[in-house]
Design a protein around this ligand. Structure first.
Ligand code: ATP
Length: 363
């Protein structure tokens, strides 16, 4: 096991800058997720770490070892892809044993290691079958077993669960995470699915356009997004963004939007002072907008009318018209709100975010 360092990695394909001066430190034994929209450079970054792609600039360190110029086989990494990539003509045992045979392990050790990996993935009973006789989920387990059987320094996974159905994906999510915790292998995992990232990652590196926008624990990227991109990418339904202007009044700072004005808590005073008369973007998550007042919470009440209701059973997602601007609120599914109903909407100001025009978070 090893720590991994990406130092100023850049990769271009013609005019496309797929990875743009990227820095990332992954701790020994850590499970880090590269999360971002399609085309943001996640797979390219992973392939560079694997040695399948050469960076135009920058260095890759595994611990103290500079692996930038080493071919994949000399990096002691394993990779699991979205497509199961198991060999159809080989039985499960031989599929898992394959990397060990290439490395010329003695037959007895091969047997022991295959058994160890198969037990971890709970596929001991399938060792005699061909891939065609397996379900998609079982095939992916074989692929993971084959990846861990060599006890790699670094395990690289590129959307390994995307081909599975929704239920199996949820199950495999926790299984993969537990497996990684058990064997403690440094893992870099690519996905565009924020729920997967939040549930599996020790830390998440949120990427956009070849750059890392923020690296943090799931709690950090959710509670303290560093910029508008991360704020909008993490969380479902998406955070509400409302254009506003910060104005100083004799009662403190207020945020004036097109449709309502809210008084901002005293505790933000120092942060707001430099933004006097500036345009900003207010951010508030749907789950931090309430339809009933709460105690011990700093709230701003505004008037609205229910425009649309998405009933999800456990929750209702309400589209609320606040005089031309629709804001989204998530409430418990217990109460049946009706379209057209006039409501009082409470914004939880302790959970409010303010972003500058360039997207940087103020708080
Ligand atoms: P996805 O989630 O869709 O797989 P990604 O975040 O993994 O996307 P990459 O596959 O790393 O993104 O691609 C980053 C950018 O580099 C994209 O614009 C892509 O079109 C481009 N790109 C990737 N590989 C090549 C290649 N071999 N030749 C040319 N352009 C490429």
């Amino acid at each position: 096991m090893v720590d991994v360092h990406l130092i100023g990695i850049t990769k271009r394909f013609g005019r496309v800058v797929a990875v743009d001066d990227l820095y990332l430190d992954v701790e020994d034994g850590e499970f880090i997720v590269l999360l971002g929209p399609s085309g943001c450079g996640k797979t390219t970054t992973l392939r560079i770490i694997a040695g399948l792609e050469k960076p135009d600039k920058g260095r890759i360190l595994f611990g103290e070892r500079d692996v930038t110029r080493l071919p994949p086989r000399e990096r002691n990494i394993s990779m699991v892809f979205q497509s199961y990539a198991v060999w159809p003509h080989m039985k499960v045992f031989d599929n898992i044993a394959f990397p060990l045979k290439i490395k010329k392990y003695p037959p007895e050790e091969i047997k022991n290691r295959v058994r160890w990996a198969a037990e971890l993935l709970q596929i001991e009973d399938l060792l005699d079958r061909y891939p065609a006789q397996l379900s998609g989920g079982q095939r992916q387990r074989v692929a993971v077993a084959r990846a861990i059987v060599v006890e790699p320094d670094v395990l690289l996974m590129d959307e390994p669960l995307s081909n599975l159905d929704a239920l199996l994906r949820v199950k495999m999510r926790s299984e993969l995470k537990k497996l990684q915790q058990r064997i403690g292998v440094t893992t870099i995992y690519v996905t565009h699915d924020q729920v997967e990232a939040m549930t599996m990652g020790d830390r998440i590196a949120v990427m956009n356009a070849g750059k890392i926008m923020q690296v943090g624990t799931p709690e950090e990227v959710y509670n303290k997004p560093a910029n508008l991109f991360v704020a909008g990418f993490i969380g479902s339904p998406q955070m509400n963004f409302i254009d506003a202007r910060i104005v100083e009044t004799d009662k403190g700072y207020v945020a004036e939007t097109e449709t309502f004005t809210i008084r901002l808590p005293e505790k933000y005073k120092e942060l707001l002072r430099p933004l006097r008369n500036e345009k900003v973007i207010l951010g508030i998550r749907p789950e931090h907008i309430y339809l009933e007042p709460r105690k011990h919470t700093t709230l701003a009440a505004i008037r609205g009318r229910i425009d649309f209701v998405e009933r999800l059973g456990s929750d209702n997602v309400l589209h609320i018209d606040t005089g031309g601007k629709i804001i989204i609120a998530k409430t418990s599914g217990n109460y049946a709100y009706k379209v057209g109903q006039e409501v009082e909407v409470y914004l939880d100001l302790d959970k409010l975010h303010v972003f500058k025009q360039d997207g940087e978070a103020v708080f």
